[in-house]
Design a protein around this ligand. Structure first.
Ligand SMILES: Nc1nc2c(c(=O)[nH]1)N(C=O)[C@@H](CNc1ccc(C(=O)N[C@@H](CCC(=O)O)C(=O)O)cc1)CN2
Ligand SMILES: Nc1ncnc2c1ncn2[C@@H]1O[C@H](COP(=O)(O)OP(=O)(O)OP(=O)(O)O)[C@@H](O)[C@H]1O
Length: 195
């Protein structure tokens, strides 16, 4: 029998949480090298990432490399006024941080105005699982599906790139009408691209 989205989330989340600290560090450390010649990065000035939670692929080496290149980095913040929507706030070495309701660190909204999502060049998206056609399954809040809906419709605005461990790749995911498939997913060993 096919697994439900809920069962897939539980299984993959458990698997990625089982990676130990050393494995997590090793798997994320070569990401900057993997990215440095990426065509979408050559003109990029503003990129959104996430801070790893629940065993997600760590983004800290990438974030520090972006800082060294003078590329501004932004993190998702749950929009307190629009249920289910994300804001993207500037994140730098001295950003004051606060935990959101899921226990994930977010930049404080005081003295930090959100960038308009369409002014971002790239959105690196977290995900729970992806499949060999680029379908993406997230944590279940629909946050990134909402954020990426304009890109999916018009193919303009920030370019989405998924970041994941190799073990998050499954042959085929069950999909829903609102799911936004990704054009690209980067894992520690491979760059997956779909037309
Ligand atoms: N690192 C990271 N940041 C992110 C996301 C993400 O997937 N990863 N998000 C991507 O959308 C948004 C947050 N979405 C999330 C949705 C659910 C849970 C979560 O842990 N849910 C619990 C139930 C918690 C509860 O309801 O109290 C669970 O499923 O165990 C976490 C983040 C914005 N920031
Ligand atoms: N573009 C959208 N507009 C309105 N509601 C949406 C949209 N996309 C998704 N949703 C709603 O969000 C809920 C969760 O969707 P889903 O389970 O696919 O989230 P997810 O992709 O796992 O999470 P995320 O995108 O936050 O990583 C669904 O009930 C869905 O109806």
């Amino acid at each position: 029998m096919q697994k439900t989205r809920h069962q897939i989330r539980q299984h993959v989340r458990q698997q990625r949480r089982a990676l130990c600290k050393q494995q997590q560090r090793r798997l994320s450390q070569d990401l900057p090298q993997q990215f440095q010649y990426h065509p979408k990065l050559q003109q990029a000035k503003h990129v959104a990432l996430y801070l790893a939670h629940d065993g997600e692929l760590c983004t800290l080496p990438l974030i520090e490399w972006f800082w060294a290149q003078g590329i501004k980095t932004y993190l998702p913040v749950l929009d307190p006024y629009n249920e289910g929507q994300l804001l993207f706030l500037h994140y730098h070495a001295d950003s004051p941080m606060l935990k959101n309701k899921f226990g994930i660190d977010e930049p404080c909204r005081q003295q930090n105005t959100a960038i308009e999502a369409h002014d971002l060049d790239i959105i690196f998206t977290p995900l729970v699982a992806f499949d060999q056609s680029g379908n993406r399954l997230g944590m279940g809040g629909g946050f990134y599906d909402r954020t990426l809906a304009p890109w999916f419709e018009h193919k303009t605005g920030p370019y989405p790139i998924g970041l994941a461990h190799d073990l998050q790749c499954l042959p085929q995911l069950p999909t829903e009408s609102w799911d936004v498939p990704l054009p690209e997913v980067i894992t520690p060993t491979k760059i997956w691209q779909w037309k």
